[in-house]
Structure formats: C-alpha cells, structure tokens
Write a protein of this length. Structure first.
Length: 49
C-alpha cells in the first residue's frame, strides 16, 4: 500500500526524493522477505534435528 502511494506521488510530482523513498521501501520489503526466508529455513532445519 505504501509503495503504491509513493509511486503515485512520484508519477504526479516527478520529485526524485519521492522516487528515492519508493526505492527505499522496496529495499526494506525485500530485506524483510529475505529475513523471513532465512528464518523459515532455520526453523525447518531445527525441526529435522
């Protein structure tokens, strides 16, 4: 939702700061997904022991 708002604001204003904030949000979301994947792998490994 935040990503869509930031992207829409950038399209309307053309403000590079808005675009950079959008990119930061994308990076944060990707980092969260990566951490969740690592955590899930660790949990699966611990269940096998």
């Amino acid at each position: 939702m935040i990503k869509k708002i930031a992207w829409d604001a950038f399209k309307k204003t053309g403000n590079i700061d808005t675009f950079m904030e959008f990119k930061q949000i994308q990076n944060i979301e990707n980092n969260i997904k990566e951490i969740q994947n690592i955590t899930n792998l660790n949990l699966k490994d611990n269940d096998k022991k």
